[in-house]
Design a protein around this ligand. Structure first.
Ligand SMILES: [Zn+2]
Length: 454
């Protein structure tokens, strides 16, 4: 007797490059059967006309803050868009050390999704040790930060992330030193650019230099949010050339024409609008007393002074360049989702259905199989989980997203990120149904996946 039978759906077989119609039976959190039979199971899901995909693996997002009160705020948004495993701790940012996050997961008896974490460099440099954003620091301080990173790696972090732009005092040497903290080639490095738009090409060159110095896997973070301001062609040419020589260099990207970060961040220093060729009205604020307010210069300055932690949305990117980043043969789809006090950019809740609805079905810019590979197998390969995630075959983890290709689309919009997605029918994590329709029905099957349990 199996736990769950999913019959009559089609699943993407990336090795054959085709969709295959088959029935799947799950047992003890694993896919136990794939084939034409309909074995007996305690529960049966009819997936006729639907795609049964490996669960989406979001390799770039920002985990919740335990201090906000033990709620899986962003994990729920992830689950409702079909994500079954997410990697937090990106862009050098963390909300707490890895050990504290794991303790929250234990305390709550599980999570709606599986979680992996990177150790965030800037969190230790600025938030924990108190170094100023523009301050240059020396080897003694580098070592202090490194001891924090090593503790997170011991706790099971899968790599280290950097938010170079957020602390402009960071030198390339300092990053190389941290990146070499542990000689383990299976660790992942990820970095948010030193600077976007006009300086984004120089920033990618710096990341190539860092990768070459360490030899570790390296991910350019959210390509479109830093290079879709007129630099995409050159950025992709540079990244693709490097990737051909060295497949350990890659990138992630999200499908929106606006980025979002805290108002107090260095991104919004004087001169930023000129660099983007945009105006104050292209900046949207997200929390009271300015919720859904488009800026004037006066409002922007007042809000930035009073609410540096508020997330602001900047409509700075060009649509055509966003599509180029998504459809380029290499590169992964990832949300970069970040939520503060339940508010933020819709990418946190709608990235995956948006790619499948807008770019695949409506605009035909990408075929469905390729889009799914960029959301499942590619990140699984990067994380060295391809033997158990990103694939459908007996023995793999039963992390599945069942969706209707004719109706899938994103609901969340700027100003209302809780609007439901369409077409995500079921989400299954470790063999347990977590989402049915848009309803969360179980918040506990997700686990912390440590670097050491791969
Ligand atoms: Zn970032």
């Amino acid at each position: 007797m199996f736990d769950l039978l999913i019959h009559s759906g089609s699943y993407p077989d990336f090795s054959r490059g085709a969709f295959v119609q088959a029935n799947l039976a799950l047992r003890d959190g694993k896919i136990a059967y794939v084939g034409g039979e309909k074995p007996a199971a305690r529960r049966v899901i009819d997936a006729g006309g639907k795609v049964v995909s490996p669960g989406f693996l979001d390799i770039h997002m920002h985990e919740e803050n335990c201090a906000e009160g033990d709620k899986w705020v962003i994990a729920r948004m992830m689950a409702r868009q079909g994500v079954t495993t997410a990697v937090g701790g990106n862009c050098g940012v963390m909300n707490q050390p890895v050990g504290e996050f794991k303790a929250m997961l234990r305390r709550l008896g599980g999570c709606p999704i599986n979680y992996m974490l990177l150790s965030g460099y800037n969190y230790y440099r600025h938030d924990v040790l108190g170094h100023g954003h523009y301050e240059q620091i020396g080897p003694e301080e580098w070592d202090k930060i490194r001891s924090h990173l090593l503790r997170d790696l011991d706790e099971g972090a899968v790599g280290i992330s950097f938010g170079i732009e957020y602390d402009p005092g960071i030198t390339t040497e300092e990053i190389k030193y941290a990146a070499a903290a542990r000689a383990d080639d299976s660790l992942l490095l990820a970095a948010h650019y030193r600077a976007d738009s006009g300086q984004s090409i120089a920033s990618i060159r710096e990341m190539i230099e860092i990768q070459r110095s360490t030899g570790k896997k390296f991910q350019v973070s959210h390509l479109s949010s830093c290079s879709a301001m007129g630099q995409m062609e050159e950025a992709l040419a540079l990244i693709n050339e490097e990737h051909r020589k060295n497949p350990r260099f890659n990138y992630d990207t999200y499908p929106y024409n606006a980025f979002s970060t805290t108002l107090g961040s260095t991104v919004f220093e004087d001169g930023f609008l000129e660099a983007y060729g945009k105006s104050y009205s292209d900046i949207l604020l997200t929390e009271e007393p300015y919720q859904n307010v488009r800026c004037t210069e006066e409002i922007f300055r007042a809000a930035r002074a009073a609410y540096p932690q508020m997330l602001a949305v900047a409509f700075a990117m060009n649509e055509e360049e966003i599509a180029q980043a998504i459809t380029n043969p290499i590169g992964m789809i990832a949300s970069d989702g970040i939520v503060n006090n339940g508010m933020g950019h819709p990418r946190a809740a709608g990235t995956f259905p948006r790619v499948l609805g807008k770019y695949v079905r409506e605009e035909g810019k990408l075929d469905l199989l390729t889009a799914l590979r960029k959301m499942t197998l590619e990140p699984a390969l990067r994380l060295e989980l391809q033997h158990r995630k990103g694939v459908i075959r007996p023995g793999a983890d039963a992390d599945l997203t069942i969706f209707t290709p004719e109706t899938i689309s994103d609901g969340p919009v700027f100003g209302d990120i809780d609007r439901p997605n369409q077409g995500i029918d079921y989400v299954i994590v470790n063999g347990t149904v977590t989402v049915e329709g848009q309803e969360l029905v179980d918040e506990t099957p997700g686990k912390f996946i440590s670097h050491f349990d791969r």
